[in-house]
Each structure stands twice: as structure tokens, then as C-alpha cells.
Ligand binder design. Sequence first.
Ligand code: BDR
Ligand code: CA
Length: 330
Amino acid sequence: MTKYQKRPLIIDTDGGVDDALAMIMALNCDQLDLKAITVVAGNIDVDQATNNVLRVIEIVQPQQLPLVAKGAKKPLLRPPLNAAGIHGADGLGELSQFKNADGSPRYPQLTLEPSSEDAINVLLQAAQEYGSELTIVTLGPLTNIATALQRDRTTLQKVGRIVIMGGAVKVSGNISPAAEFNFFVDPDAAQVVMESGIPLTVVGLDVTMKVTLPLQDLENYAQKQSSLVSQFMIDCTGIYMAFYRDNEDFFGCYLHDPLAMGVAIDPSLVSTESVYMVVETEGRFTSGMSLADLRARRDESTFPPNVDACLGVDSDRFMKLFYSLVHSRD
Ligand code: BDR
Ligand code: CA
């Protein structure tokens, strides 16, 4: 029996383009009670990522504003690595380039501000208050979650589940042949989370690269549903989609983070396998690789399953959910 009418949720994000699309979904989802958005360095530095989160909230204008709290400035043990080359210099498609007909900025100065509270405290307080009812969805490197575990493991272990966008089980990586970006940026943190004992759903490239948003589809959608949200979706994805046009020969983008959000909303969108997963923290060529024990004869006492890894996805059903949640409130 659940105590809450809506499911309490926290998003931990590194403020990039697909993160923005995932946040729009959550801010519009009536089944969720989005308590807070905690921010981590990844796609872009943590200050800019925080501004990007506030930007998305200002555009969606939800009835209830989630608290926004800044977290880790860099990975646990390594120097930061950003993805500005893919997400744009601001991490969000370089929004300052867009102007209204009268020349004024389409995305003016932000009016919202982040909370003065530290993201790690926000995560721990929410774990304490909502316990097993709370889901955390992570859309960036796992530095904040690992830091919360290191600060107070017992309290963070109270959460019901963490849905993680990261890793690649049976497919190649994206930032390297072996590793997916979020695990590559902070493999030490990812491994701390793998060992947390918290129920984990890993939404990796096996499934996220099966959900794509072609530019043409987005343009058709924006034409039918003209709003600030659909205009923002076109604007923020421009540089991101151009990257895939130039590098992977399709004009559109993967919906990595939106799929993780979709799985948090409706776990039946994916099929999962319960596996033992570790993240390589030392490999010369394999740093950040998620290694799942898929052997038929594995010894479950030595390699106990710690993760529900997503291996299949109903892409059509996910896209329906996606389009139903990226609307505007005006
Ligand atoms: C992940 O990397 C980031 O650049 C995206 O936002 C997503 O979270 C995909 O590998
Ligand atoms: Ca992300």
C-alpha cells in the first residue's frame, strides 16, 4: 500500500539536451510528484547545468516547482570531462543564438534560482522522508549518488529504486568502444552505486539507442503543437541532431535520458534481466565499461545479481508516452 497519491521522484541530471527532454516529461507527468532536481557535472559544468535545469522549469511552468540543488563539481577521483561538442557550448544547444522577431532574446535572463541546499543533503533528506516510496532517476554521471552513499549509506539505502541511464550491456559504448558516457565520466562513482544494495534498473545503450527522434518527426510535431515547449525542443536539439547527422548518418537524436524517465514512469516499457554488474574503474581501454555476468552457469553466491538490466524496449509505446508528455501547459 502506497502512502502517496503521486509517486515521489528525484531527478539527478547533468543538464544536457536529452536531459532537458526527460525533465519536460517528468514536469508534465501527473503520476509523479517531482520533489527535487539535483545537478551534477557531466555534459557541462555544474553551474551551467543548473541554469539549464532552471531554464527547462521556466519553459514548462509546472504548477509545483521542484527544488533545484547543485551537487558535485567533478567526478569522485578524476578530472571533469564534458560533452559540449555534442550538446553545445552551454550544454543546451547554445540558446543565446535564438532571437524573437523584434531582436530580443528568445531565452531571456533566468528568473528562477537554485536552492542554497547542497544536492547530497537533498538526496539524503528525501531518502529519509519518503523511504521505499522514493524513486531516483539518474541522467548523468553517478557522482552525487555515490557521494550520498559515502556520506550516509544507511539513509540512502532506504530509497525504493534508482533508475540509471548508463552503461551498455551487450552493445558497444558511445564515448569509447567499451563505455557509455555517464559511466565513463565517473566510473568510480558508478561502481560505488553498483555495490549499494539499492534496487537498480540500468537503462543502457542496448535500449536507449533503439529510441530515436528524427528531426522531421519533431518538426511535424512542433507544427501541429505550436508552443514555447515545442519551439524549445526544436531549438535545443539543433546542435545535438547535427552531431548525429555528421557522425552517424541520421538526422535526429537518441532519446537516452527520456527513455530512463519513461522506464521510471512505466517499467513495462522494457524487458529486463537480473544480472551481476560491475563497472571497470582501471582498464587501459575499458575504463567505464559496464560488465554484466551473462553466463548461464554463473555462481550466484559469488556473483549475486545487483541490477535489473534493460535489454528490450517497446519503442512505439515509449514514443507514444514521450509525445503525450512533452506538451505545453499553456
Ligand atoms: C548519456 O550521455 C549524455 O551525454 C546524455 O545526456 C546521456 O545521459 C548517453 O550516453
Ligand atoms: Ca544526461
